[in-house]
Design a protein around this ligand. Structure first.
Ligand SMILES: Cc1cc2nc3c(=O)[nH]c(=O)nc-3n(C[C@H](O)[C@H](O)[C@H](O)COP(=O)(O)OP(=O)(O)OC[C@H]3O[C@@H](n4cnc5c(N)ncnc54)[C@H](O)[C@@H]3O)c2cc1C
Length: 352
């Protein structure tokens, strides 16, 4: 199987046409999560030719939505997002207006059935699932390729060369790496690209926690405390969300997430054992006899950055046009952190 084009200028190219294509761009972006797609959006705004390469079967990285059966849909990465900066708010306002994004809640239940307390912070979600926002961003870009895993990076004079697992080669004078940082550093090693001591130290200091997510689809209508989610900070199971109450699924599909510490503890167990552990906690909220029609486990090796780089991106000091970005960079966190990092990284690369 070759590449899949989310969107490509012109008709879908056949194999020969593909081999003849010159994979040259002004900027190569590795990773089509929120960071990579925002960076590409800004670079194209400034007239740059950009190629986004992502190894996933769909675009969006941790802004992930999965189908279960014909009528089940579940967000299995990010569940919602908050907004703290005017820049992100201006984008979110636009997406709210077009109904791409909606206000889900002003707070979460910690398990009780009492109405949630409004803590003044809107929690937003995406109509049809978080991934729909990523698809929308990708559809406005010139060249976004999924199923394209970069397995080697090399520096050739003033050009960066990326090679994917199918052997296709891509060139650009600038490259933006947006995978979780340990994966970006591993890519540099494939081409023996060494960073100076300061950059290396900054990047090596970034740390992530894993996350185990279980998805449970039911034939019956089930309800969680309003607005359809339970959040318990510091508890082993930190999030339980009903995608039907959220409004993105016809069937009841419940997302259950273990916190970082519990995920690390369970990580080596079999899928069945982990799903059992997650379901045991969910059961508290369900009638005794209800069993899921289907369940799935997702292992996120790098879910959240727990130790971040303070700046929104890092431009390598000893290599021209090599930049790192992602939700592990900058002062904003998670979804907003990815947006902000991508936006500012795109602006900075456009100005180089
Ligand atoms: C289970 C879970 C729950 C979460 N819940 C929330 C939440 O409720 N609220 C919130 O704000 N945040 C949440 N987050 C965090 C949020 O999802 C992330 O902060 C954000 O989506 C990160 O975006 P990113 O673009 O920086 O990284 P990613 O989305 O990880 O994007 C990186 C991309 O790089 C690609 N890639 C990696 N290696 C290669 C390669 N070699 N070649 C090509 N492509 C490659 C990957 O496929 C991926 O698409 C959650 C995350 C997880 C995992």
């Amino acid at each position: 199987m070759g590449h899949s084009w989310v969107q490509y200028m012109g008709d879908f190219p056949n194999t020969e046409e593909r081999l003849e294509m010159t994979n040259n761009a002004d900027v190569l972006i590795i990773g089509g999560g929120f960071t990579g797609l925002m960076a590409a959006t800004r670079l194209e705004h400034h007239g740059k030719r950009v190629m986004v390469l992502d190894k996933g079967r769909s675009i969006g990285g941790r802004m992930a939505t999965r189908r279960l059966g014909e009528r089940g849909v579940a967000d299995h990465g990010a569940q919602f997002f908050t907004v703290r900066t005017p820049l992100f708010q201006s984008f979110v306002d636009h997406w709210l207006e077009s109904k791409l994004v909606f206000l889900w809640s002003m707070g979460w239940s910690s398990g009780s059935l009492a109405p949630v307390t409004d803590d003044g912070h809107p929690r937003y979600a995406v109509s049809n699932g978080m991934n729909a926002l990523m698809k929308q961003l990708a559809s406005a870009l010139q060249d976004v390729r999924i199923n394209t895993e970069v397995s080697q990076l090399q520096a050739h004079g003033s050009q960066w060369q990326a090679t994917d697992t199918q052997g296709a080669v891509y060139h650009a004078p600038m490259i933006l790496l947006t995978p979780p940082v340990p994966q970006s550093l591993a890519l540099l090693e494939t081409g023996r690209i060494t960073l100076n001591a300061e950059d290396r130290e900054q990047l090596n200091a970034i740390e992530y926690l894993p996350n185990l997510t279980g998805l449970f689809a039911f034939d019956r209508d089930l309800r969680l405390p309003p607005p359809g989610a339970v959040q318990r900070r510091g508890a082993p199971i930190s999030w339980i969300g009903n995608n039907k109450q959220k409004g993105i699924s016809e069937d009841t599909v419940i997302t259950v997430q273990a916190d970082g510490t519990y995920s690390a503890q369970l990580w080596e167990d079999s899928d069945d054992r982990i799903l059992n552990a997650l379901f045991t906690d969910l059961r508290v909220y369900l009638s005794e006899d209800v069993m899921p029609r289907e369940s799935q486990l997702k292992r996120w090796r790098y879910a959240y950055a727990t130790h971040k780089h303070p700046q929104p991106y890092l431009l390598a000091q000893d290599h021209h046009g090599l930049m790192f970005a992602g939700d592990a960079f900058g002062t904003e966190s998670r979804v907003e952190g990815a947006f902000t990092s991508g936006y500012l990284a795109g602006e900075a690369l456009a100005a180089l």
